[in-house]
Design a protein around this ligand. Structure first.
Ligand code: PEP
Ligand code: MN
Length: 338
């Protein structure tokens, strides 16, 4: 920690701060400038009282951390990029990956039709919610275990890997038994017990950004997965809540280069929750690819007008085929292979 003292304090006041730092178990290093004195305090904050309490002292102006609060997700001290392998598909490597499928698993025909179509268009991972985090308790809550079984069937028939959301710690084992990637939704992005339960399954965890989550909070939520022994993490930008009403959320594409600077884990972009509008999905995908996203998570439905959830933002099977065609030159220009 760096402790900046207020200007014009007496040596006696300075000595009192130094004594307190030592009392708390840290080693102070003093730097005297012309106007101000700065103290560097060295020690392990995990085992000692946090020095931020010094802010309550009248002679202290500022207390600032030197190190980042997240360590394992951080690029500092980690060489290269972490790549996440899911059934032979590598995310974060040279190949660009697309995860696609319906918002909710609704029926066998709906899921299998979608799975075959997205596979044909080039997707490698099938998405589909079996447990749905709905704002209203009166809306469709997902098919639950039956939905998981249908996802497993789709995987058997198409060879696509599966991603589905985990809503409750109680379901962690069951969901992990069926899925290849566990999705933690925006509403649960800081549900730390759920993150720990997801981490402990050993399956790769895709962590959506929370509705109003700062990037540092998101990185720290990812740190929970790492700190609980799971090295397979994917960050997923899905838009944040702003004052704007033309879109459901504001898709914050600046997080792509920021997550890449800060972390060695891949960044996935979800333009569907990110915009809430099927007509914007292709453009947002192109933007995400151009900015260096490692993968996309796109909602696709055979008949969005009859979808049981998120109809307005799901692209049709034909729309998805067009999206994948239109993305090709952007992917080629952005670097990764298709
Ligand atoms: C979803 O992927 O369907 C979903 C509910 O996502 P989010 O948690 O980002 O809202
Ligand atoms: Mn959805």
């Amino acid at each position: 920690m760096i402790i900046v003292l207020k200007p014009n304090i007496t040596r006696k006041e300075e000595k009192a701060v130094l004594a307190e730092i030592k009392k708390l178990g840290y080693k102070p290093h003093i730097m005297r400038g012309v106007e101000r004195t700065v103290i560097g305090a060295i020690g392990d904050e995990r085992t000692h009282q946090n020095l931020e309490t010094l802010m309550t002292w009248p002679q202290v102006e500022k207390v600032m951390p030197v190190q980042k609060r997240y360590k394992l997700v951080s690029r500092e001290g980690h060489q290269g990029n972490s790549i996440i392998e899911v059934r032979g598909n590598v995310i974060g490597g040279k190949r660009f990956q697309v995860m696609a499928g319906p918002c909710s698993v609704e029926s066998e025909t709906q899921l299998l039709t979608t799975a075959e179509a997205v596979k044909k268009s080039g997707a490698t991972i099938l998405r589909g919610g079996a447990f749905k985090p709905r704002t209203s308790p009166y809306e469709f809550q997902g098919l639950g275990a039956k939905g998981l079984k249908l996802l497993a069937k789709a995987r058997r028939e198409t060879g696509l890997a599966i991603i589905t959301e985990l809503l409750s710690e109680d379901h962690a084992e069951m969901v992990a038994e069926y899925t290849d990637i566990i999705q933690i939704g925006a509403r649960n992005a800081q549900n730390f017990q759920l993150l720990i339960a997801a981490a402990k399954t050993g399956k790769p965890v895709l962590l959506k950004r929370g509705l109003s989550m700062k990037i540092e909070e998101w990185l720290l939520a990812g740190e929970y997965v790492l700190a609980h022994g799971n090295p397979n993490l994917l960050f997923c930008e899905r838009g944040i809540r702003t004052f704007e009403t033309y879109t459901r959320n504001t898709l914050d594409l600046s997080t792509i280069p920021i997550i890449k600077q800060e972390s060695h884990f891949p960044i996935v972009v979800d333009p569907s929750q990110g915009s809430g509008r099927a007509d914007l999905v292709i453009a947002m995908c192109k933007g995400a690819v151009a900015m260096g996203a490692d993968a996309l998570l796109v909602e696709v439905h055979p008949n969005p007008a009859e979808a049981w959830s998120d109809g307005a933002q799901q692209v049709t099977l034909e729309g998805f085929a067009r999206l994948m065609e239109e993305l090709k030159p952007v992917v080629a220009a952005a670097g990764p292979e298709y």
